[in-house]
Design a protein around this ligand. Structure first.
Ligand code: KG4
Ligand code: ZN
Length: 413
């Protein structure tokens, strides 16, 4: 079957079409996913100016981008055929206008494009319901509802975090997971340890008590005057320092705490670490010789930024590793699944990959870097499993049944 998936929870507008088949755990009929098309427009350059994602702007950009990327995705998947007007298969109706009432720009683009193509041969539409920024989520949901109504296709709301947890499935050959499994979700809004005793059954065993790990990366980057999103910037600096042959005497004095490293639970806390970075930077600036004109330092010199970034990345990685290993041991996990934007971090990936050699019975699944950060492929995969479940129970629904479907910025797994 073919699934069209839409993701607009934050600052990426993404649409993909997957060809999906098979059943989880069925050896004779294993799960297969093929990407027919995958399109993504990142708004990073627009939000950079604000040093973070600006929700009203994200909403406006999604509304502007959805139709152009839908067109591109359908064309790439060869599912776009001009509509034979004589068949008159689609008439704009009041309901579409009602659904897109709050998105006038999107409605205009929708009415210009959708009636010009034939109903594509897809079987379902999946959409991120949450968590995320509500104004951004709403645009995607309203768009998906309008498509479901216009094309009379089932509509499947998906949890963005389940998408992140399943993202490694696309490059996981056997498509089998041995349970129990531990999931570590590390993104801009979440840091969670999840226990999975069965497929698609999620139990949160630990989470951050304050900042998410991606958020900490972004905030620390801002303290060092690095552009948004800070994660990749910190990672680049840390990498440069890690590769240096000669390290300065100062770098040995740069030490940060590892909050909650040895606590008995599976919770995390990154806000203290972030504050420690703030004081560290202040002290480092104080110790610098005055600038040429006797002025104080607004910005740290590059080599010190690299040293701070390295210690920060080391601290975060050590905490994530230790808590995850403890969870693996306690629950005798046979699989570790990583998900979320921070899994794009090279050092974190390598550190988790090395758990493999220490633990022969553990399989480690990490998404390909391009599927670590937000994308629609992961939403399509999570949606496929939900579709199968709903179909079996005879519970498939279209936008007509899902009139009340709402964006949920805090949706839980
Ligand atoms: O999953 P994601 O794309 O969006 C959310 O659902 O939040 O994650 C975005 C987060 C941002 O905080 C970003 O700084 C972080 O992932 N990130 C990284 C790296 N690439 C993205 N953090 C550390 N190192 C990276 N290479
Ligand atoms: Zn995400």
């Amino acid at each position: 079957m073919k699934i069209l998936s839409i993701e607009t929870s934050c600052d990426e507008t993404a649409i993909s079409i997957l060809e999906a088949s098979g059943i989880f755990g069925d050896i004779k009929n294993p799960v297969e996913f093929k990407i027919l098309a995958n399109t993504l427009i990142s708004q990073i350059d627009i939000h950079k100016e604000y040093g973070g994602v600006f929700p009203a702007l994200a909403k406006r950009e999604h509304a502007k981008n959805l139709i152009p990327i839908l067109r591109k995705t359908l064309e790439e998947a060869k599912l776009s055929a001009p509509n034979d007007k004589s068949k008159n298969i689609w008439k704009p109706g009041f309901q579409i206008e009602e659904i897109l009432e709050r998105e006038p720009d999107l409605l205009k683009l929708f009415l210009e494009y959708i009636p010009t193509i034939e109903i594509p041969k897809i079987d379902a539409i999946t959409i991120t319901q949450g968590p995320g920024l509500e104004p951004a989520l709403w645009v995607g949901i309203n768009f998906a509802k309008a498509l479901s109504l216009a094309w009379d296709k089932p509509l499947i709301p998906v949890n963005h975090m389940e998408g992140h947890l399943l993202a490694s499935f696309i490059n996981h050959k056997s498509k089998i997971i041995n349970f129990p499994a531990i999931g570590l979700l590390i993104s801009g809004g979440h840091t969670e340890l999840i226990l999975m005793e069965k497929f698609r059954e999620y139990k949160k065993i630990g989470q951050t008590r304050d900042d998410a790990v991606g958020e900490a990366f972004d905030k620390v980057a801002r303290m060092m005057d690095l552009p948004y999103p800070g994660g990749p910037e910190i990672s680049k600096l840390a990498q440069a320092q890690r590769e240096k042959q000669n390290i300065s005497a100062r770098s040995a004095t740069i030490k940060l705490p590892r909050p909650m490293l040895n606590t008995d639970d599976f919770d995390f806390s990154f806000s203290g670490l972030k504050t420690a970075v703030l004081y560290l930077i202040k002290n480092l600036k104080k110790d610098l010789p005055a600038g040429k004109a006797g002025n104080s330092w607004d910005e740290l010199p590059q080599e010190i930024k690299e040293e701070v970034a390295l210690e920060f990345e080391n601290a975060v990685t050590e905490i994530l590793l230790k808590k995850t290993e403890k969870a693996i041991e306690k629950y005798q996990a046979e699989t570790l699944i990583l998900g979320g934007g921070v899994t794009a971090n090279n050092y974190i990936r390598q550190s988790f990959e090395s758990l493999d050699s220490q633990n022969a019975n553990l399989e480690i699944l990490i998404p390909e870097r391009k599927f670590s950060t937000d994308n629609a492929v992961m939403i399509g995969m999570a949606g496929y499993f939900k579709y199968l479940e709903q179909k079996e129970k005879g519970q498939l629904q279209t936008a007509i049944d899902l009139k009340e479907l709402r964006a949920d910025g805090n949706l839980m797994l």
